[in-house]
Design a binder for this molecule. Sequence first.
Ligand code: SAH
Length: 254
Amino acid sequence: MVLNAKENLITKLKMKSITKNDKDPMGHAISEYYKKGKAAKLRVFSSQFYEDEIPVKTLFRKLDEMPMPEQMALDLSRGRVLDVGAGSGCHSLELMKRGMEVTAIDISELSVEVMRERGVDARVINFFDQTFNEKFDTILMAMNGIGIVGKVENLPNFFARIKDLLADGGQVLLDSSDIRYVFENEDGSFDINLNGGYYGEIDYTMQYRSIKGEEFDWLYIDFDTLSMYAEKYGFKCEKCINGEHYDYLARLSY
Ligand code: SAH
């Protein structure tokens, strides 16, 4: 697949490279939790939602604390695995326990440092960096890992990247959610601006103690929209399981 000039330009403009330490609230939260066994609040802001919080402990979840779609993604993983946006490395470590060969990538230097200390082959690499072109049998994108695509307009670039990174017969395992329910009113109507972008395109900013991150785009995608794009870019898209709260696990292959 060849990207046209406009798609390439969009990609270049939107590509976050590596997160600087002083702009990396989640990395600091992960690092502090790893060192001290506890952490402060990891605060999440969005122009579309009220302030929220990510309990840092959940970033260190064990197998039995993982939602079903994530557990299933681990069970379906095979061959050489790439854990994309791996955070604290919780999925990588579980796969390593099962004797699998795993490489973890993340744009947070602090998170990569923690993963290395935990014994993971972790590298500071941006998924969209085309100079990274090794081959994997499974690409794992857990905890809405496809969020890094940011906006639907960047999906062509996502499919181009997974085509580059997948070995013959390889698969992508990703979980995401249909967040339509967030915009639903009590009478069943929806507060969705039909002239706006896709409703799963969210802007976020995070803060940990006094460390504020830069705003970033994060995409939640419903299964039908993902399937439609997957087909357009030559991929097969299967639903493996529904989660408990509008979430699902999908498998992409081609
Ligand atoms: N997968 C982990 C962490 C999820 S948080 C878990 O399930 O617990 C999302 C992670 O993606 C963060 O650690 C963030 O630094 C990383 N990330 C964001 N954009 C990225 C990109 N373009 N390439 C690689 N990692 C990215």
